[in-house]
Design a protein around this ligand. Structure first.
Ligand code: ADP
Ligand code: MG
Length: 240
C-alpha cells in the first residue's frame, strides 16, 4: 500500500461546447493527495471543480495529463477496469443524495455491494452495520421520502461507506442542508477521516465547511490558484 493515494499530473479536460468550439474546463492541474488527508476544494462556479471530481472518481477521463489512483494509471484502463476501481476504492456523496425512491434505506445502502457481486445475506448484514454507524438503523425499512434531507444524506454516506472505500469524494454534500444538519454531516465525515483514516476530498463554496478540512485546493479557471493549509488560506496564521 503506497502512502500516495492520488497523483494528478497536468490534468486537462476539454469539452466540445458547440460545432468546432471547445471549452477548456481544466488546463493543467497537478497535485498529490496522501492517504488520510482531508482536502477541501473551493473555487468560483464554473472553475472546473466538478470536472476534477469526476476525473478523480474515475467517472470521466482527462483529455490530457495523467491520473493515478492507488498507484494505478487510470489512462491505461478499460471501462470495466475503471468501474471495478470505482466500486472497490471510491465512495461518492453528492449534493442531491441520489437515493433510489422505491427502494428502502437498507437496500439503497446495499446497492454498491450488489455491483461488487456480494451475496444477498452479506449485503444486508453490511448495509445494516453502515446504517447503524450513521445512526439510522431504526429506519432501515423506510423509503427515502419518509426521512428528512439530513437523514437522506446520512444514508448516502452509509452507501458510500459500505464497500469500505479508501477515498470519499463529496461534491457540495451540504449544499441542500441547513446549518445545523450540515454540521452533523461534516462531523460524520470528519470522524471517518480521523478514526478510520479514510481520505476525504470535498467540494464546497462555504468557508465554514472548508474549515473541517486541513488542506485547501482552490481552483480558478481550470488551474490551481492555491494549495495549502485552510488556516493559511483564510489568513488565520499557523496556530493549530
Ligand atoms: N459535460 C459538459 N459539457 C460541456 N461543458 C461542460 C460539461 N461539464 C462542465 N462543462 C463546463 O466546464 C466548465 C467547468 O464546469 P464544472 O466543472 O461543472 O465547474 P464547477 O463545478 O466548478 O462549477 C464550465 O464552463 C461548464 O459549463
Ligand atoms: Mg460543480
Amino acid at each position: 500500500m503506497t502512502t500516495l493515494l492520488i497523483h494528478a499530473e497536468q490534468l486537462g479536460k476539454t469539452y466540445r461546447s458547440g460545432p468546432g468550439q471547445e471549452l477548456a474546463a481544466l488546463r493543467g492541474i497537478s497535485f498529490t493527495v496522501a492517504r488520510s488527508e482531508f482536502v477541501a476544494v473551493m473555487g468560483p462556479s464554473g472553475s472546473g471543480k466538478s470536472t476534477l471530481m469526476n476525473i478523480l472518481g474515475c467517472l470521466d477521463v482527462p483529455s490530457s495529463g495523467r491520473y493515478s489512483l492507488e498507484g494505478r494509471d487510470i489512462g491505461r484502463m478499460t471501462g470495466d477496469q475503471l468501474a471495478h476501481l470505482r466500486n472497490r476504492y471510491i465512495g461518492f456523496v453528492f449534493q442531491g443524495f441520489n437515493l433510489l425512491p422505491r427502494m428502502d434505506l437498507r437496500d439503497n445502502v446495499a446497492l454498491p455491494l450488489l455491483y461488487a457481486g456480494i451475496g444477498r445475506r452479506e449485503r444486508r448484514r453490511r448495509a445494516m452495520a453502515m446504517l447503524e454507524r450513521v445512526g439510522l438503523a431504526g429506519h432501515a425499512a423506510h423509503l427515502p421520502s419518509q426521512i428528512s434531507g439530513g437523514q437522506q444524506q446520512r444514508v448516502a454516506i452509509a452507501r458510500a461507506l459500505v464497500t469500505e472505500p479508501s477515498l470519499i469524494l463529496a461534491d457540495e454534500p451540504t449544499g441542500n442542508l441547513d446549518t445545523h444538519t450540515s454540521g452533523e454531516i461534516m462531523g460524520l465525515l470528519t470522524g471517518l477521516n480521523a478514526d478510520q483514516g479514510i481520505t476525504v476530498v470535498l467540494v464546497t463554496h462555504e468557508p465554514d465547511i472548508a474549515h473541517y478540512a486541513r488542506r485547501l485546493l482552490r481552483i480558478v479557471d481550470g488551474l490551481i490558484g492555491f494549495d495549502g493549509s485552510v488556516s493559511e488560506y483564510f489568513g488565520e496564521g499557523a496556530t493549530a
